[in-house]
Design a protein around this ligand. Sequence first.
Ligand code: SF4
Length: 347
Amino acid sequence: MIPQSTAQVEPLSLIKHANPPEDWRTQLREAYRTPQQLLNALGFSEAQQATLIADDQGFSTLVPKAFAQKMQPQDPTDPLLLQVLPRYEEAVKHPEFNDDPLQEAQFNPVPGVVHKYQGRALLIAAGHCAINCRYCFRRHYPYSDQKRARNEWRQSLSYIKKHADIKEIILSGGDPLALTDVQLFELIAAIEAIPHVKRLRIHSRLPIVLPQRITLELCQRLAHSHLDCVMVVHANHANELGKDVAQACALLRQHQVQLLNQSVLLAHVNDTLTCLKELSERLFEFGIMPYYLHLPDHVAGTTHFFVNLKRGQSLVAKMQASMSGYLVPRLVREEPGKKSKTLYSQS
Ligand code: SF4
């Protein structure tokens, strides 16, 4: 079931003028790029900052202002802040946590393509994101080896052309919507030209963290495609879903883009029944189907986010007992070396 959005949004005529095409790029340029900038904006004193700021372990800070504005000032436990602020715990080493927990390298037939699932192939369209999430399973990914510059997509596309079983292309990254329209539209046109590809799935956190990226031009381009377009957004907490996100989602829905959400179950961020229920309800209001709830991967530097299977199952069971089935996401985990996700609950 795909929900109809009931969130209060501006009429389409106003939305048209809300996000000028280049606005999001300016906002991305102006994003916070150090913990100090972010904590200053949130009103933390120098003394508080001294206790909070830790080494970034080689994964730099990047937080769009639109996302930071949804954080509570001077609250070090804010669930949005915890997702993006480098913390001392990142230095903790654990033998089961490593740089490539999903061992994606073995499903990497040519640079820029992950062909793991039957009928689908994932294309690394961009080597960067609009936000750096501290728990990210690709935080150590060698994007510089894998990233396809605009004129280098040919090899990835030629692999897809040779595999007639691939019906769906998943644009991932990094974040594919971090590409400019010129780059993205060129890539979409090349995919459209492959006869056996029927669906385009875009995995992106931009509609949530930088909703100004959802311009009329982008939506019209997707609407004009003969491919069925699905956008899988990524929100972990109801506080991420403000009015600006509601507008972006409404615009996408008005252009026949189906919206699904995947979240990661993260300790101290969203690992309570109240948080998960609020998230699902807000997503549904915005016309987004709660789809996957991922158990965190064993990524080096992320032990403090870890939630175990038993707790995940208990939370989802409580959701199932207290809300409509279509509001309960599927609890899943990616297992290293496996060709499909392991499903721990079926909603
Ligand atoms: S937006 Fe997605 S790919 Fe980028 S850092 Fe966050 S979780 Fe990782």
